[in-house]
Design a protein around this ligand. Sequence first.
Ligand code: NAD
Length: 362
Amino acid sequence: MENQRRIFIKKAGIIGAAIAFSPNVLLSATAPKKEKLGVALVGLGYYSTDLLAPALQLTKNCELKGIVTGSPEKIPIWQEKYGIEDKNVYNYGNFDSISNNPDIDVIYVVLPPSMHAEYTIRAANTGKHVWCEKPMAPSVAECEAMIKACDDNKVKLAIGYRCQHDPNIQAYMNVAKERPFGKVKMVTSAAGYFDGRTNHWKQNKALGGGAMGDMGVYALQGARLATGEEPNSVMAQASTTRPEIYHEVEETMMFQLEFPSGARASCQTSFGINMNHLQVNYEKGWLKMEPHSSYNGNNGSMSDSTIINFPIENQQAKQMDEDAWAIMNQESLLVPGEEGLRDIRVVEAIYKSANQNCAVKI
Ligand code: NAD
């Protein structure tokens, strides 16, 4: 890997910009006021339990200080494992009193998507900064209300797009900026996995389920970030092979995007198919990533033999450290609410196209 890394760095000076964004480089520039921001996780399901809480044991700029849960049986387990004090334990009813708790600086909403807007707005109203998981919310209107609530309360809003903090993804974002292979002609991206569950929020429309909002945003981000453009038109097709499970929401969504430059993208997402890749065809070359949106190991190559394979210790820790650093230093967030909204604008158009079976302008 070290050899590959050397080849990569030698060949692609442009991508050095990705490394320059490392929090350690930035941290040395300014002394933060509070050594570590206190984070409260709202919703203690899979992602909080398996990924975020462990990552918060590795972070330098923030730490796990509080939990908000509707499941009392989880409280002693989390308190024992992470040393969370009684005064930092909340339920959905008394959540708003977190406003008086100086231990908590950031509230991280890790609930089903239909609950993101309500809890982000309630969190903003407590005066705490907000991190919210993807997809930002099921509708553009909710995303706009979330951004407004954070602006009105003068708190920051970050969306949990961990991949944008990954130098391997930043590598192809930089290719979009520097254009060493000319214009983008075609992007092909796919994000999906086989979900064997039958009665989860991912299969429930009212809770914000469906493959498109869940894995689909990774396929969409691949197209948006690889072109560096916003699509102006979409055509989409929803389908299912398991109608007994996927009768409210789509199991699979295929969507084709057109961009102002003339670039096109063909994207797929699914809860029935394992897929995780990106290919970009430029005027004079190509870039491939596989995996493209994993928690670790994202890697790829380019037509000029450049290898993209940056080691990354922990993607979620890097994401939260960079977001905490930005808050402490009053800098711009890498993935603010506006970026989550850009995706949801396209997601809304994708659903409209699939429902009406026609191209939709964005
Ligand atoms: P999960 O089902 O495992 O956990 C959801 C949590 O919400 C549970 O603790 C559950 O008790 C709680 N909850 C509260 N009210 C609920 C209700 N009415 N119905 C269902 N659950 C309710 O889900 P998850 O996989 O942890 O996903 C949570 C969020 O994190 C989602 O927005 C998801 O898209 C996001 N996520 C992001 C990543 C990523 O890589 N960034 C990965 C996984 C999940």
